[in-house]
Design a binder for this molecule. Structure first.
Ligand code: NAD
Length: 251
C-alpha cells in the first residue's frame, strides 16, 4: 500500500494511473459531494452526528417514522437543488465521455453525477435517487412535489393512488434490500475493470463497501481517494489522502 498525502503528487499519480488503464470503474460516496455543499454521513460535519438513521422496517411500521423520513427527504432535496456538480463530478463525466471510464457506481442519492453529464447507461445508483419517489408495492412513480403538498394538506404520509401501498422516496434505506439489477451491473463492470477508484466513501456501509474488495480480488488495481482512513486502505494499491477537489485537479 502506497499512502500519498501530498495532494499535488496524488493528483498527478491519479492522472497517470487513469491514463495507463483501459477500463476504469469509479465508485463514489457522500464525500464527493461535500465540496458541493451537501453534508456526508461520517465526515467531520456529518449528518449522523446530528440524527439517527430511519430503518426500512420502522418506515413500514410507523406513520411517525414515515413523516420524519419525508421531512428529512424534503430538507435534503432542497440542499441538492441548491448544489452544483463540483470539479470531481465534472472530471468524472469527462473521463466517461473520453471512453476511459466504463461505469460510475455511486452510493449517492443526490443526482449530481447526472447533472455533471454522466449518461444513465454508465451510471449505477446502488442506493437509489432521492429526487424520485415510488410505491413500495407496485413501484408506480409519484411526484415529490405532489407528495410534499399532500403531506402539507393532510398531515399524513401518502399512499399509492393505484394500489394503496406505501409511497417512499426511491432510495435504499438501512435494512432495505439492495436493487438486484444495479448490483449485477456493478459486479459485471468490476469484473472487467483494470482500475477501480473509490472516491469519498468511508467504506463502512455494506454491501457497497464490498465492491472495492471484489475489484481487488478480480485483479483490478485499487485506488482510494479520501480525507480520512478507511478499513480497506490496507488492501489498496494507492491511498490518496486529501480534499477530493484537489486530488482531481490534474484530471
Ligand atoms: P460517508 O459519509 O460514510 O463517508 C464520506 C467519507 O468522505 C468520509 O470518510 C469523509 O472523510 C470523506 N470526505 C468528505 N468530504 C471529503 C472531501 N471533500 N475530500 C475528501 N474526503 C472527503 O459516505 P458513504 O461511504 O457514501 O456513506 C454511505 C451513505 O451515505 C450512502 O448510503 C449514501 O447514500 C449516503 N449519503 C449520500 C449523500 C449524497 O447523496 N450526497 C449524502 C449523505 C449521505
Amino acid at each position: 500500500m502506497n499512502i500519498v498525502r501530498d495532494t499535488t503528487e496524488g493528483s498527478l499519480l491519479l492522472a497517470d494511473l487513469i491514463g495507463a488503464a483501459h477500463r476504469v470503474v469509479i465508485f463514489t460516496g457522500a464525500g464527493i459531494s461535500t465540496e458541493s455543499g451537501i453534508p456526508d454521513f461520517r465526515g467531520p460535519s456529518a449528518v449522523w452526528k446530528k440524527m439517527e438513521p430511519i430503518y426500512y422496517d420502522d418506515f413500514v411500521a410507523s406513520e411517525d417514522a414515515r413523516l420524519e423520513d419525508w421531512r428529512r427527504r424534503f430538507h435534503f432535496n432542497r440542499e441538492v437543488a441548491a448544489a452544483e456538480p463540483n470539479i470531481a463530478h465534472r472530471a468524472i463525466a469527462k473521463l466517461v465521455a473520453g471512453g476511459k471510464v466504463t461505469a460510475v457506481i455511486t452510493q449517492n442519492i443526490d443526482g449530481l453525477h447526472q447533472r455533471a453529464g454522466v449518461p444513465s447507461e454508465y451510471l449505477i445508483e446502488i442506493h437509489g435517487n432521492a429526487t424520485r419517489a415510488a410505491c413500495l408495492e407496485c413501484d408506480e412513480h409519484h411526484d415529490l412535489a405532489e407528495v410534499e403538498a399532500e403531506i402539507g394538506r393532510t398531515g399524513r404520509a401518502p399512499l399509492c393512488r393505484t394500489c394503496g401501498g406505501l409511497v417512499k422516496a426511491a432510495v435504499i434505506s438501512f435494512g432495505q434490500a439492495m436493487p438486484v439489477r444495479a448490483m449485477m451491473r456493478a459486479e459485471h463492470a468490476i469484473q472487467r475493470s483494470d482500475l477501480f477508484v473509490a472516491v469519498g466513501s468511508s467504506l463502512q456501509v455494506q454491501p457497497a463497501a464490498s465492491l472495492p474488495m471484489a475489484a481487488k480480488y478480480s485483479g483490478s488495481n485499487l485506488v482510494i481517494v479520501n480525507a480520512d482512513p478507511t478499513p480497506l486502505d490496507a488492501i489498496a494499491d494507492h491511498v490518496l489522502r486529501g480534499p477530493i477537489g484537489k486530488v482531481f485537479s490534474a484530471l
